[in-house]
Design a protein around this ligand. Sequence first.
Ligand SMILES: [Zn+2]
Length: 104
Amino acid sequence: MRLNRAHIRDLARQRIERLFAFANQAVKSDPGLANRYVELALRISMRTRVRIPRELKRSVCRECKAYLYPGITSRVRVRAKRSPHVSVTCLNCGAVRRYLLDRD
Ligand SMILES: [Zn+2]
């Protein structure tokens, strides 16, 4: 069977989702292993040019690529100052990401 590009990207998408699911399971007992899964997912994403869904992308530190899990590898706070936002701090490298809360 011939593997065309669409098929390859479809496989990549499935594999990326599975790697993130693995990371999610591994993070509590072995954050290093979770980071490894994320690293593989990012590599597949780049090689096949498959985008990582927004929710999953937010679970990766932009700076050090660690898998972020609230309470374990990241600190999540809701802040009311300035425009209301959620701040996510990577406990591995200390990088902070802010996500605005849209009011509706
Ligand atoms: Zn980090």
